[in-house]
Design a protein. Sequence first.
Length: 150
Amino acid sequence: MVPWKRTSGLVGSLATVDSATDEAKSRPRFHRAYSFGIVTGIFFIVSWVGQFVFQAIAVRNDAVEHGSEFTWSDFFPQFLSSTFENWQSEFLQLVWQAAGLMLFYFWGSSQSREGEERVESKIDALLEDRGIDPESLDRVVKDRAEGKRS
């Protein structure tokens, strides 16, 4: 039953409510569904606050060593600069790892081929255990893909 379609009578509307209730029950709660993102966000905020505090202490100590006073106008440009420098470095690493792995996978590096061959051999072994010839099954699948009936 599609919830936005009009139904006639009490039975149709009850079916819509039941399916919506079942769908709501089957979905995990927010904190369970997004736990990885929540934990990552907490780590991010804690580390950024830590960077802020310790960099403020370091800038204050440098100012005292040089006989001047700590000023927020001196601190914030340094803090933002180091923040963006860290982010640039981390994002560059992440993008290279993701893009590099994707390229190597699609180019058919030895690691990606090895995985496919290993899975293929496991499937063949399972088929043989059940008394099915993997090569004849390959021909049937190929024929069906080409539109031929076996």
